[in-house]
Design a protein around this ligand. Structure first.
Ligand SMILES: NC(=O)c1ccc[n+]([C@@H]2O[C@H](COP(=O)([O-])OP(=O)(O)OC[C@H]3O[C@@H](n4cnc5c(N)ncnc54)[C@H](OP(=O)(O)O)[C@@H]3O)[C@@H](O)[C@H]2O)c1
Length: 349
């Protein structure tokens, strides 16, 4: 089966690719992004559980049958994208590694492992150089924030970060999107809303100050991920980061309000200039022309805006801003494909 993409050069590696979780919210977007970016693929295997085995999915005009994930199905791959569950990552990661293949993992299973790079290519692509067969992508709230912080670091070093998030339901997968749709339909037709299965409370017409489970400190796992992942990606292991992650009834696009304290006085114009030069960022300096989750949906940019000096931080060392990006694309699928492109470019497969 030949699915050669848009790379013409003879020296270009054209990998065999497997996607674990091809039927999920991220998996589906992954295939569309691969088509749009003309990511080169020789042979493509679409994998999931026995629940979805036999399903047909179209890719570049061909119909591919989904298979149950197995070592045999992974054996011929050069790159495995895993966008399933932590259990699946933990089961298949060591097998992929032992096959000499590279796994790019969307989940949290390996993100904090010291021998696994956690990468946003525009920020720390060089960390790919020390991969040992597994590369993780960050949580979909971490990625847009670190992209902005990375750009700002060329002006001043962040010494404290606080954030509040407004996260869309597709961040919890296809079942959560279905739950929101069902609740909206029930409300529209005056029916009783069924007991929620994905979230602890009704999500339609509501917001939930909880993303994932709580730990003993009172923070949620999502909030702890934002702290730890930001430190790892920015190479600032002691950076104080406090987040409050909130689920809101939007379908796609995670938004955040971020407060940053810097090591020295900053001017907004200098931050604007640094952010304008950052690949992957679209900046608005007009407070009224902010982007919303709806505008972020379907593209790969992180939109930043609503910049203000933070009067609670002395000496003009603080800034507050808004950012939003498509959680399924730059927050997951696009970042994973960019990592694969970078691995090919750097001859690291
Ligand atoms: N959604 C986001 O915005 C986002 C962003 C960044 C990272 N992620 C991460 O990406 C991963 C997938 O998220 P999602 O939102 O796409 O979830 P989802 O919509 O629930 O899809 C899960 C996918 O994984 C497959 N799967 C489940 N258990 C499996 C197993 N044991 N072996 C192989 N395949 C298995 C499912 O297959 P079946 O069809 O057979 O059930 C389905 O294809 C998660 O780790 C998530 O944390 C998600």
């Amino acid at each position: 089966m030949g699915f050669v993409g848009g790379f013409e050069s003879k020296e270009q590696v054209i990998p065999n690719v497997a996607v674990i979780g091809a039927t999920g919210a991220v998996g589906e977007v992954f295939l569309r992004v691969a088509e749009q970016r003309e990511f080169p693929i020789q042979e493509l295997k679409l994998l999931a559980t026995s629940r979805s085995a036999g399903k047909k999915i179209r890719f570049r005009g061909a119909e591919i049958t989904v298979e149950e994930t197995s070592a045999a199905a992974l054996a011929t791959s050069d790159i495995v994208f895993c966008s399933a569950t932590s259990e699946a990552s933990k089961k298949w990661g060591p097998i992929v590694r032992s096959l000499g293949t590279v796994m790019i993992d969307d989940g949290s299973a390996y993100r904090m492992d010291t021998n696994v790079p956690l990468v946003v290519p525009e920020v720390n692509g060089d960390d790919l150089e020390w991969h040992e067969g597994i590369v993780s992508i960050p949580n979909c709230t971490t990625t847009p924030m670190v992209l902005a912080l990375h750009a700002m670091k060329s002006v001043a070093t962040p010494v404290r970060v606080t954030a509040a998030t407004y996260q869309a339901v597709t961040g919890s997968g296809t079942a959560a999107a279905a739950e929101l749709r069902e609740q909206i339909e029930a409300l529209g037709s005056g029916e009783k809303i069924a007991v929620p299965k994905i979230y602890s409370r009704q999500i339609a017409m509501n917001v939930l100050p909880q993303v994932d489970d709580f730990d003993e400190s009172g923070y949620t796992i999502e909030e702890i991920k934002m702290r730890n992942e930001t430190r790892k990606i920015l190479h600032q292991p002691g950076l104080p980061v406090a987040a409050t992650c909130v689920r809101v009834p939007t379908m796609v696009g995670h938004a955040e309000v971020v407060h940053v304290e810097f090591d020295h006085t900053i001017e907004l114009e200098a931050l604007y200039s640094a952010l304008s030069e950052q690949t992957g960022i679209s900046i608005s300096t007009n407070p009224e022309s902010y982007a919303t989750p709806l505008e972020s949906e379907g593209n790969d940019l992180t939109y930043v805006g609503r910049f203000r000096l933070d009067p609670t931080v002395p000496e003009n060392r603080g800034v507050v801003f808004w950012c939003v990006s498509d959680n399924l694309r730059k927050g997951a699928a696009t970042n994973a494909i960019q990592i694969a492109e970078e691995l090919i470019e750097r001859d690291l497969l």
